[in-house]
Write a protein that binds this ligand. Structure first.
Ligand code: FA5
Length: 350
C-alpha cells in the first residue's frame, strides 16, 4: 500500500519536471488532485484496511496531497514569470529618454475666451471667484427665490446625488455665497461688490447645435448704492465690444428669472448666419447669450444685504455660446468632442 504512495510521488515528480506551460500544468493538476485523480484514487483502496491502518494510511495520502498541491503552486508561479519575461522580450525596444514626437498642446477655446472675459472684467475692478460644481438645493434654487415646486425649476433639471446635493445648473448658484463673503466690506467700508464667477453647468436636457448637457456660464454681479439698469447695460456693452473687437448687434427684451426684477434676455445677432437663420440659432437669427437683470430684493436679503439701501445687477453669460459666436463654431457639441482635429483649428499654441 505504502509503496503505491512512493511510486505515485516519483511519477508526479518526473511528469512535473517535463511541464513547460500552464495549460499542461492544469492537466497534471486535474490528473492528480481532481475528483477522479490518482491521489484521490489511493483512498479508494483502503476498504480492506483496519481502522488503525486506515487512519495512518489516510494521513500519508493527505501528506502527499499537500506536497503535490505545493509543487503545483510553485511551478505555476515559475511558469507565469517565464511567460511575462517572454512577453517583455517580444516588446520592441524603446528609448525612454527620446523626446516625444507630438506637437505642442494648446488651450481649449473655452479656456481662451474665459481668460479673455476675466481680463476684461478684472480691468473694470471685478474679482474672479471660483465655485464648486456640486452645490445644495438652497444655493442653486431656494436662495435665488425659487422655492421647492416652483415651475422655474422645470427649465433647469439637473443631476442629483444620493445625498440631495446636485450638479449646478447655473452659475447663479454661487450668488448667495458671494454676497455673504463681501457683505461686511460693503456695509462697513462702502466697498461695492463686483465679482464674476465662471463655471461649468449641467442640465438634463436633449442636446442640439446650441444646447449641451455640460456647458460653461460666467456669472457677474455688482451691488452698491444706486446701481441701475444703465450700469448693467454699460458693462454688457463694454464686455461684448472687447471680446469681439467690433460692433455687434444685440437686442434686449424682457425675460423672466425669479432672482431678478426686472429681468432681461440679451440676445446677439447670430454670427454664423449673419442673422438669416440657421440651426445654431434655432433659425431665429438671434442667439440667447446673456440673461440679466436687477437683483431681486429677496435674493439680496438671503445674502444678508438690505434691499432698501442697496441695489445691484446680475448677469449669466453663456460662455460656451460666446465661444461659438467668436470662432464661428456651428455646433456646440464640437466643443466637448475632445477631437484635437476640430479644436486645434480655433486655438493658438501658447
Ligand atoms: C440662467 O441660467 C440664469 N442663471 C442666468 C441669469 C443670471 C439671469 C443672472 C439673470 C441674472 P439661462 O437658463 O437662460 O439662464 O442660461 C443662461 C445662458 O446660458 C443662456 O442664454 C445660454 O447662453 C446658456 N445656456 C443655457 N442652457 C444651455 C445649454 N444647454 N447649452 C449651452 N448653453 C446654455
Amino acid at each position: 500500500m505504502y509503496q503505491k504512495i512512493t511510486d505515485l510521488k516519483e511519477k508526479f515528480d518526473a511528469e512535473l519536471e517535463r511541464i513547460e506551460n500552464l495549460a499542461d500544468l492544469e492537466n497534471v493538476r486535474v490528473a492528480y488532485l481532481g475528483k477522479k485523480g490518482s491521489v484521490t484514487d489511493l483512498l479508494k483502496g483502503m476498504k480492506e484496511l483496519s481502522n488503525e491502518e486506515k487512519k495512518a494510511f489516510g494521513q500519508k495520502v493527505n501528506e502527499l496531497k499537500g506536497v503535490v498541491a505545493d509543487r503545483i503552486a510553485e511551478k505555476t508561479a515559475q511558469l507565469k514569470e517565464k511567460e511575462i519575461e517572454a512577453e517583455i522580450n517580444l516588446m520592441p525596444e524603446f528609448d525612454l529618454s527620446m523626446p516625444a514626437k507630438i506637437d505642442g498642446g494648446s488651450y481649449h477655446p473655452i479656456t481662451l475666451v474665459q481668460r479673455e472675459c476675466e481680463r476684461i472684467f478684472k480691468s473694470m475692478g471685478f474679482t474672479v471667484e471660483d465655485y464648486s460644481e456640486v452645490v445644495t438645493d438652497y444655493e442653486c434654487f431656494e436662495s435665488l427665490n425659487i422655492p421647492k415646486h416652483h415651475p422655474a425649476r422645470d427649465m433647469q433639471d439637473t443631476y442629483y446625488l444620493e445625498n440631495g446635493q446636485l450638479l449646478k445648473s447655473q452659475t447663479s448658484a454661487a450668488q448667495n455665497a458671494i454676497y455673504k463673503k463681501y457683505r461686511d466690506a460693503l456695509v462697513n467700508d462702502g466697498v461695492p461688490i463686483k465679482a464674476i464667477f465662471p463655471g461649468r453647468c449641467f442640465r438634463n436636457e436633449a442636446t442640439d447645435a446650441c444646447h449641451e448637457n455640460t456647458f460653461f456660464q460666467m456669472e457677474g454681479v455688482m451691488v452698491d448704492r444706486n446701481i441701475s439698469i444703465s450700469n448693467l447695460i454699460y458693462f454688457m456693452k463694454t464686455m461684448l465690444s472687447e471680446v469681439f473687437q467690433r460692433d455687434i448687434k444685440v437686442r434686449l427684451r424682457p425675460g423672466f428669472f425669479p432672482f431678478v426684477e426686472p429681468g432681461f434676455e440679451l440676445d446677439i445677432n447670430c454670427l454664423i448666419c449673419g442673422g438669416e437663420g440657421c440651426p445654431s440659432c434655432k433659425h431665429s437669427g438671434w442667439l440667447e447669450l446673456c440673461p440679466c437683470g436687477m437683483i431681486h430684493p429677496q435674493v439680496l436679503k438671503a445674502g444678508g444685504i438690505d434691499p432698501d439701501e442697496y441695489t445691484g445687477f446680475a448677469f449669466g453669460l453663456g460662455l460656451t455660446r460666446l465661444v461659438m459666436m467668436k470662432y464661428g463654431i456651428k455646433d456646440i457639441r464640437d466643443l466637448n468632442s475632445g477631437s484635437l482635429e476640430s479644436l486645434s483649428q480655433f486655438t493658438d499654441d501658447e
